[in-house]
Structure formats: C-alpha cells, structure tokens
Ligand binder design. Structure first.
Ligand code: 13P
Length: 344
C-alpha cells in the first residue's frame, strides 16, 4: 500500500462525523462484563455479542471502523459471513488490537508497561492479510503518590513508537493510545500535568523512530478530574483543559484525535467531546472524535443480556450512542437527542 493510501485510511478513520467503535476487549475483560449480567462466558456468547454490535443497522453512518480482538477478527456471523466482510460491506475499516496487555513494570511498584512487540511484525502481516487496516496499542499510566515515574512514561512511549513504526511498515494505520487513568482522587490540574508530559514524550519517541504523523491516529484520555476527586471539573473546564493540552503537544500533521472514554458516564463522554468541537472545533488543526468502548457499548450490552429476543433493542441502543457521539464530533449534539431515545 502506498503512503497515500495509509494517510487516506487514517483520514477516513476520523472523517467528518465519524468515530471508532472499540470492541477489542480481551476474552478476560469481556467475560468479566458478561459475568456481571449473568451472560455465559463462552466463545459462542462473545461471538453472538459481537455479531449483534457489528450488524446494528446503520452504524456505518457514524462509525468509521471497529477495533476487534484476535478471537473476533477470526469469527463469522451465525450464517457464515466473516466479520471482516460484514465490516467492509458496511463501508467501515476493520481494526485490530495488537498489544498483549499491560504488565507489572519491573522495579516500579503500581506501574505498568504494555507488552506485545515480540513477533509483532509477523502478526501484523497476518492481520493485514485478514483485512485489518488499522491497529491499536494501549499504554497505561497511573497517577498516584510519586507516580508516574519518568521510567514508566519513557518505556511506554518507546514501545508505542516501536509498535507504530511496525504498523506503518505493514501498511496498517496505528492508533497510538497512551491512557492516563482517571482512577484515584487527583485534580484536573494534575491530570493536565501528567497528560502533557506523557504526550510530549510519546511524540518525541514517534518522531525519533520515524513514525509518519500523517499516517496515525492518537487516542488519548481527556483532561479530567479523577473519579474520586471531590472537585469535579465542569464540561467547559474539561473541554478547555483538554484542547489546551493537545494544542501544546500534538503536531498539526496528525489527522485526528479519537478519545477513549476511560470510565466516564456515557452521556458525559458525549457532552465533553461535543463541547470541545462546539467551542474550539473551527480553530483546531486535527479532527476531534471518539474511539469509545464502554461509553458506546454499555447501554447495548445491558439491553442484550445474552438473549436473542433483545437484539433489536440492543442494536438501537448502540446506534443511538453512535449517533449522539457522531453529532458530538461535529459539535452539534444536544440533550434533545438523548430525549428522543428515551421516547422510543
Ligand atoms: P473505553 O472507552 O471503555 O475507555 O475503551 C476504549 C479503549 O479502547 C481502551 O483501550
């Protein structure tokens, strides 16, 4: 694939009013979510769930592509259509999570480093053959007493850049995801400080290692107050701090930034994205959109509960969140849109 095609795919991933659907939970994480709702933790149930999501009518209008897990990219619908074909037939690009998880960082208690570089070149070649056109690698940075350490930030940034360079070599667009967690009780100011340092370090490594910025998508956290912080920043404060942080750290050559939801409530994740685009959208050099997991799937999963009879309602719930976030990606979301769904 030519450099132009890679850049065109990166742009397609963040094209006007479209975002990414993260359904790349590992089997362990997917099973945990199923267990809470009494859904069997079997391959069959995971297939049925992903089929329900991927075949939701009309999602191709709001979603540029889903991120799949290794098990999922190899699966088909019950009637034998490969998921990759379902995705491309809906006008979307197939994506694949390629990291193998965040593991304890030696010598640094409570900090993690993401693994998965060994053998990655061969895995990427196989995924490309299977139809994957973009990939994801998630690094995890925890804020706490005396952390994150420089070591944690540097090793994760280094690995993200090594992954991204390998992806581009394999004609796959890398989603570069350095996630500063919202766990804890830190303030929005502390989140800003850490996110800024992390993004600076990540771009430093991307540039050092020759990653082509036009051929990638950044997937950061928003700059927000931690879950247990007594002072919760407002939607306007989150929008202002996040945009300021990104303008100071993300080169204009990057086509788009697709946020993770990170544990924010569904509607807050939408409102925060909307505020950024409504207030600052016209002044930004890159697209700001979503690459949500929980904030897109949760209402749908809760409606589905593993029952075939619930599929149409569960699909409507997914399409609704996708539509609201699509509107937020252009700054045109409103509370009215939520009420429309409540009336269905
Ligand atoms: P959340 O939106 O649930 O944080 O998930 C996004 C994701 O892909 C995390 O890697």
């Amino acid at each position: 694939m030519s450099a132009q095609e890679l850049a065109a795919n990166a742009q397609a991933m963040v094209s006007e009013g479209k975002g990414i659907l993260a359904i790349d939970e590992s089997n362990g994480t997917c099973n945990k979510r199923f267990q809470k709702l009494g859904i069997p933790t079997t391959e069959e149930a995971r297939q049925a769930y992903r089929q329900m999501l991927l075949t939701a009518p009309g999602i191709g209008e709001f979603i540029s592509g889903p991120i799949l897990y290794d098990e999922t990219i190899r699966q088909s619908t019950k009637d034998g259509t490969p998921f990759v074909k379902v995705i491309t037939d809906a006008g979307m690009l197939p994506g694949i999570k390629v990291d193998t998880g965040a593991k304890e960082l030696a010598g640094h208690p409570d900090e993690k480093v993401t693994e998965g570089l060994d053998g990655l070149r061969d895995r990427l070649a196989e995924y490309y053959q299977m139809g994957a056109r973009f990939a994801k690698w998630r690094a995890v940075i925890t804020i706490g007493e005396g952390i994150p350490s420089r070591a944690c930030i540097e090793v994760n940034a280094h690995a993200l850049a090594r992954y991204a360079a390998l992806c581009q070599e394999a004609s796959i667009v890398p989603i570069v995801e350095p996630e500063v967690l919202m766990d804890g009780d830190h303030t929005i100011e502390r989140c800003y400080e850490v996110t800024e340092e992390v993004l600076r370090t990540v771009f430093n490594q991307l540039i050092t290692q020759g990653v082509v910025l036009e051929q990638m998508v950044l997937k950061p956290n928003m700059v927000i107050s931690a879950q247990d912080c007594p002072q919760q920043a407002s939607v306007d404060q989150v929008a202002e701090a996040t945009v300021r942080c990104l303008l100071r750290t993300v080169p204009a050559a990057v086509p788009g930034i697709a946020f993770l939801s990170g544990g924010q409530s569904n509607e807050l994740a939408t409102a925060n994205l909307n505020a950024m685009n409504a207030k600052y959208g016209s002044k930004l050099p890159w697209k700001l959109t979503f690459s949500y997991g929980r904030a897109l799937q949760q209402p749908s999963l809760e409606s589905w509960k593993g029952e075939k009879a619930n599929v149409p309602t569960a699909q409507q719930k997914l399409a609704h969140r996708a539509k609201c976030n699509s509107a937020a990606a252009t700054g045109s979301y409103s509370e009215e849109m939520e009420k429309q769904m409540a009336a269905v």
